[in-house]
Design a protein around this ligand. Structure first.
Ligand code: 48H
Length: 260
């Protein structure tokens, strides 16, 4: 006989345990798009405690729909090693251009990242940053349902040694930070420079360059990096997003090893 209450108890107990376990982490990543997930994978592989927070019900951000709902993604040769690392099948289209199935790509990225040890909480939105002595050291979160219904309910706070803003075009964590602490970013003006029009060639190079620390202990990755540092968008080519996730993981891993 199946006990309904035991089912409820199992869910409540196990989720609460996870929440308590991930109250403090090495790295908290806002946004489970391709760059955030990829960053989570490589950091987890190094044995780091990683939490990825995703506002929506589904992870994957803008990858599911390929280009204009034709659900294929293009990846350039420089990023193909990441597809191979994950075991995502890709087909050579022309020299230097590979095509993968968007559904296979994002579901595999997600699955391997969770199996590498990262924890993903969906339906949770980042609504503020935690700052002590001018360093970001955590995130303030609430249920997305609370945000959507605009209920007046206070959030909870999570601690993290490093935070990654991987929220995509909207660069939400950095935007909140500027609102709270002013124009003190590591950008030429101290402010968010804003995303520029389509130019895939430059956008893909810049997204890797712009993947870096933007305020003490806060890093930007993926489309957010180009939005913050004023670089072009690139359309449905995803190599830059994967390389950005890879780079931010490498940079943070170096800092964690140094212990500062
Ligand atoms: C929790 C949040 C919050 C929040 C947002 O948009 P994404 O897919 O981000 P990237 O940078 O990994 O990939 C960008 C790519 O998908 C893309 O849009 C490209 C290549 N565009 C080029 C072009 O020319 O248009 O994922 C971001 C994720 C989403 O799932 C959001 O729901 C989530 O972050 N998110 N999660 N708290 N405050 N804000």
């Amino acid at each position: 006989m199946i006990d309904d209450i035991l089912i409820s108890r199992a869910i409540i107990e196990e989720f609460s345990k996870d929440l308590l376990t991930y109250l403090d982490t090495d790295v908290a990543i806002a946004g489970a798009g391709p760059s955030g997930i990829c960053a989570g994978y490589y950091l987890s592989k190094q044995g780091r405690k990683v939490l990825i927070l995703e506002r929506k019900l589904s992870v994957g951000g803008g990858m599911w729909g390929g280009g204009m709902m034709f659900n294929k993604i293009v990846v350039q040769k420089e990023a193909r090693f990441i597809l191979e690392e994950f075991g995502i099948v890709s087909r050579r289209y022309r020299q230097g251009y590979y095509v993968a199935d968007a559904i296979e790509a994002i579901s595999t990225l997600c699955s391997k990242t969770v199996k590498a040890g990262a924890k993903i909480f969906n339906l949770i939105s980042v609504e503020d940053v935690r700052i002590e002595r001018e360093r970001v050291n955590g995130l303030v979160v609430n249920w997305s349902a609370v945000e959507m219904s605009a209920l007046h309910i206070d959030p909870l706070t999570l601690s993290a040694k490093f935070v990654v803003d991987a929220t995509g075009h909207s660069a939400e964590v950095v935007r909140i930070l500027v609102k709270k602490v002013g124009k003190n970013l590591f950008t030429p003006t101290g402010d968010i420079l804003g995303e520029k029009p389509m130019w895939a060639d430059k956008g893909e190079v810049d997204v890797v360059k712009n993947t870096r620390e933007v305020y003490p202990n806060l890093y930007v990755a993926g489309m957010c990096a180009n939005a913050v540092f004023g670089a072009p968008r690139m359309g449905p080519i995803f190599g830059g997003m994967l390389l950005s996730g890879y780079k931010v993981a490498e940079e943070i891993e170096k800092r964690l090893k140094k212990g500062k």
